[in-house]
Design a protein around this ligand. Structure first.
Ligand code: SF4
Ligand code: SF4
Length: 424
């Protein structure tokens, strides 16, 4: 059987068991046993928090190598706008766009052009109130989508029904490449430059396989390092920026929501805040909201873990770019000229039962009762020294038989003081 692709990977040899990653994981997918961390990939949403938090660089993201370009005669880069924020000293976005042609691409398609089109489609959607459930939740951030599908099932129907910009961009880019190159599809490679493992995972796990437009996914960070070696004098700035200010805004949190006028919106960034808002939505709070934009990374995709520039510097650069250099880019040049089906998401968001204690209700209840009993005996410190993120998850691990030899240090100390042997 083919190995399942994992965009977030852990090198046990480098892991020192410090529990930093375990503490930062928003879905409690990490355990540390016998001094080594491991990831439960059924629960992992590829948010990248553990990559950011590991002081030993034991956790990293996987993506395609640039060698993949060699398999195609005509190569297209799908450029996300957060890339413009990666070069704080270059104020000519055109230069960044065109320099991609100096590192192996024949054509560059801005993902923000698809965001432009989707902004127009969403305006129409909200005018017509043509959606299943309110509030409509953005599907742009795959980490947030995964979180909803694994933990907040009742909100899955609220996810926006259009393809995310990346999907629309891939389709349009391939069409454009066919026209420009005159080559058959097999000779054209379309590659996304990803700011995060969540998008790598989404692409590699087959989300876009039904449209077969994407040939691979590269990292923004690696791309920036290559671009830094390009001599500016060698860059021919033939192509202009085609995306508008509106589409480019999507790379910072709030940009997507701000393009839908006359709606009550929320724009939430940072996975902890996202979790908080999802809980409130699931509890039926925040009822009068029409649209919720969610981004797992702080400040939006400019904060993705594969970017190389400080999130706030990149965010400020994007804002400056929009206010100054791109002042003349207020109109969308691309047209919504395809049938609606072209832009629609024909992937069913699949909910997963990864957090269920047991598939059998009676067994699940029995387990729950045991967990509550064990929990009463634990100190409630949530210190993580046992290798589970909280006392509750430690109790769950004991009941599920996955706690191994782990012990509760709080209990050991207590017992030691009382002159007894610790049982947990
Ligand atoms: S990528 Fe995110 S969800 Fe996955 S293990 Fe790391 S912190 Fe947890
Ligand atoms: S906010 Fe953007 S960069 Fe961060 S995980 Fe979501 S899609 Fe990726």
């Amino acid at each position: 059987m083919a190995e399942t692709f994992r965009a977030v990977t852990l090198d046990a040899d480098k892991c020192k068991g410090c529990i930093n990653c375990m503490r930062k994981c928003p879905v409690q997918a990490i355990r540390v046993r016998n001094g080594k961390a491991s990831i439960d990939y059924d629960k992992c949403i590829s948010c990248g928090n553990c990559i950011r938090s590991c002081p030993n660089r034991a956790i990293s993201a996987r993506y395609d190598s640039y060698d993949i370009l060699n398999g195609y005669r005509y190569r297209v880069a799908l450029l996300p706008s957060c890339m413009y924020g990666q070069f704080p000293h270059i104020y000519d976005a055109k230069l960044i766009l065109n320099s991609l042609k100096n590192i192996g691409f024949d054509h560059v398609f801005e993902v923000a052009r698809a965001s432009d089109i989707l902004s127009l489609l969403k305006r129409e959607l909200f005018i017509m109130k043509d959606y299943k459930e309110a509030p409509v939740i953005s599907n742009v951030c795959p980490a947030c989508v995964e979180l909803i599908c694994s933990r907040y099932h009742s909100l899955a129907d609220n996810l926006l029904d259009f393809l995310p910009p990346l999907g629309v961009a891939a389709k349009l880019a391939r069409e454009e490449a066919r026209e420009k190159s005159g080559l058959p599809d097999g000779d054209i490679g379309v590659f996304y430059l990803s700011p995060c493992p969540a998008k790598v995972q989404q692409i590699k796990s087959g989300y876009y396989s039904n449209i077969k437009e994407l040939s691979g996914v590269l990292s923004i960070g690696e791309t920036c390092k290559k671009l830094n070696l390009v001599d500016v004098a060698d860059v021919r700035t033939d192509d202009d920026i085609k995306a508008s200010n509106m589409g480019i805004a999507w790379s910072t949190c709030g940009g997507e929501a701000s393009n839908i006028p006359n709606t009550k919106q929320l724009a939430v960034d940072g996975i902890e805040s996202v979790v908080g808002v999802l809980k409130e939505l699931e509890d039926g709070k925040l009822k009068d909201i029409d649209f919720v934009e969610m981004r797992a990374c702080q400040a939006g995709c400019v904060g993705g873990v594969l970017n190389i520039t400080n999130t706030f510097v990149a965010k400020s650069k994007i804002h400056t770019l929009r206010k100054t250099v791109l002042l003349n880019k207020n109109n969308v040049t691309d047209k919504v000229d395809k049938p609606q089906e072209f832009y629609k998401n024909n992937w069913k968001w699949e909910t997963k039962d990864v957090f269920k204690l047991d598939g059998n209700v009676l067994k699940a209840m029995e387990k729950m009762s045991k967990i509550e009993t064990i929990l009463k005996a634990l100190p409630g410190l949530d210190c993580g020294v046992c290798g589970s993120p909280t006392c509750r998850t430690f109790a769950e691990d004991i009941v599920n038989g996955t706690a191994g030899d782990s012990k509760c240090v709080g209990r050991i100390n207590e017992s030691f003081r009382a002159g007894k042997n610790a049982r947990l």
